[in-house]
Design a protein around this ligand. Sequence first.
Ligand SMILES: O=C(CO)[C@H](O)[C@H](O)[C@H](O)CO
Ligand SMILES: [Mn+2]
Length: 289
Amino acid sequence: MKHGIYYSYWEHEWSAKFGPYVEKVAKLGFDVIEVAAHHINEYSDADLAAIKQSARDNGIILTAGIGPSRAKNLSSPDSTVRAAGKAFFEQTLTNVAKLDIKTIGGALHSYWPVDYTQPVDKVGDRARGVEGIYGIADFANDLGINLCIEVLNRFENHVLNTAAEGVAFVNDVGKSNVKVMLDTFHMNIEEDSFGDAIRTAGPLLGHFHTGESNRRVPGKGRIPWHEVGLALRKIHYTGVVVMEPFVKTGGTIGSDIRVWRDLTDGADEAKMDEDARNSLAFSRFVLGG
Ligand SMILES: O=C(CO)[C@H](O)[C@H](O)[C@H](O)CO
Ligand SMILES: [Mn+2]
């Protein structure tokens, strides 16, 4: 098991440059950095080559996260939007591959965060989402990339809220590089049991996010980490565990994640780093790896 952190922990915008964080997370002892793929198409080939080299030099593996915008929604009832989504993913995956990234996770099958002022068509969105992911799976596979479909809580997305729904979706897609992704923050809201949910995903679990119930770093709250660790061991999970703490207010990240109070306790960057380092030690101890 490898351990990583989403660089957005330190940032306010998904568009923030992620290159400088490769060395930082290596110094903190992580194996992996997760970067936001939302704006990767704005990076030049030279930028991407430099980041790839920096990852090699620092012994860091990259993974990618994405919350597709409404205009790039693979499950939209509007076929023009679905086509734009497909084109966006093909370009994004092509650039993601330039960083040797093998895992991209998030609400790939939909858009994020969902606008609930509009009526919701769960059945239709799910069916179009299965088709949309099926339609990009081989493209991703040819680049060696797994598509990890994140199960989110009801307030952020309606298509997949439980591990069981995630497994059924991935089975319907039926492509070996399309996997289920779970996140302890969302599981805490939706699942009856953390252990059962992880065991339900079993061999289909392709990526795993961690965070407390208020998205502080793992170890600061009341998620049953021992139960989570036992279940990950039980299913012989050998993938990546990426902590995804969101503790800062402000910017698009603060607004998308609904961070309306300072959860850093006034931390400066050195204290933020120390919290991440301590949480990594906690995560390795309790989850393994
Ligand atoms: O858990 C999440 C949202 O609550 C997601 O992993 C990411 O934050 C989202 O896909 C944006 O990258
Ligand atoms: Mn997540």
